[in-house]
Design a protein around this ligand. Structure first.
Ligand code: PEP
Length: 248
């Protein structure tokens, strides 16, 4: 059975002390609640070890290098991320694709290195506003998935979490309607089933991301193919994040 997951993505927010305090506060606030999902926080690299050692919450990096090791100044390898105790890495976020030129070929390398080091990628795909207006959104999402991920064995693919994040909804306050999100999630699951079979597809967690919050999480998470969320803005504040987690 696939897991329900709510994962926060802090992006480039919070210093180390603020991050550790947040993680402890969130864990304390969730203690005693019956959770129907796994909770992950995606922190900047420098927070990973401290957050992973001070809470039992899942911890994700927001990126890793496309090289294993060596003379790549400023980069952080998948092995280094794994050595912090983090179990996940967010890959292919649209901000990485847009601002740092990450292509499907680069993301394929990052995914292989993440998996080789025991990390589960939370792999982001999604179309821009222009692509949706041109009605090519299904083609775009399929190509991103095929080009970066469909070289994987079924065993490796089963360690991937997909995050469908329409670029036009990220940080904009615009959310895909639950019908739009469900339609795309069902399409992604069918695309996976066509390649890896129904069992792998049914076991793949597909998260929605794009201005999800406490007000819309319940409706989104109630859709049959939406298995949780990747949450930016609403994950920066414990009081705002908890209602998203409680959307399940
Ligand atoms: C994200 O950064 O992955 C995201 C979905 O951001 P927001 O929730 O702020 O739209």
């Amino acid at each position: 059975m696939r897991k329900n997951i709510v994962a926060g993505n802090w992006k480039m927010n919070k210093n180390l002390q603020e991050g550790v305090t947040f993680a402890k506060e969130l864990e304390a606030a969730l203690a005693g609640k019956t959770l129907k999902c796994d909770v992950i926080i995606g922190t900047p690299f420098i927070h990973l070890a401290s957050v992973a050692s001070s809470t039992k919450l899942g911890v994700a990096a927001q990126n890793c290098a496309d090289k294993a090791s060596g003379a790549y100044t400023g980069e952080v390898s998948a092995a280094m991320v794994a050595s912090t105790g983090a179990k996940y890495v967010i890959l292919g976020h649209s901000e990485r694709r847009t601002y740092y030129g990450e292509t499907d070929a680069i993301l394929k390398e990052k995914t292989l290195l993440a998996l080789a080091n025991g990390l589960s990628p939370i792999f982001c795909i999604g179309e821009t506003k222009e692509e949706r207006e041109k009605n090519v959104h299904f083609d775009v999402v399929k190509k991103q998935t095929v080009d970066a991920l469909f070289g994987l064995s079924a065993e490796d693919f089963s360690k991937i979490v997909i995050a469908y994040e329409p670029v036009w909804a990220i940080g904009t306050g615009l959310t895909a309607t639950s019908a739009q999100a469900q339609e795309m999630h069902a399409f992604i699951r069918k695309t996976i089933a066509d390649k890896y079979g129904k069992e792998v597809a049914d076991n793949t967690s597909i998260l929605y991301g794009g201005s999800a919050n406490g007000g819309n999480a319940k409706e989104l998470f109630g859709c049959p193919d939406i298995d949780g969320g990747l949450i930016g803005g609403a994950s920066l504040d414990v009081e705002k994040f908890i209602p998203v987690i409680e959307g399940f």
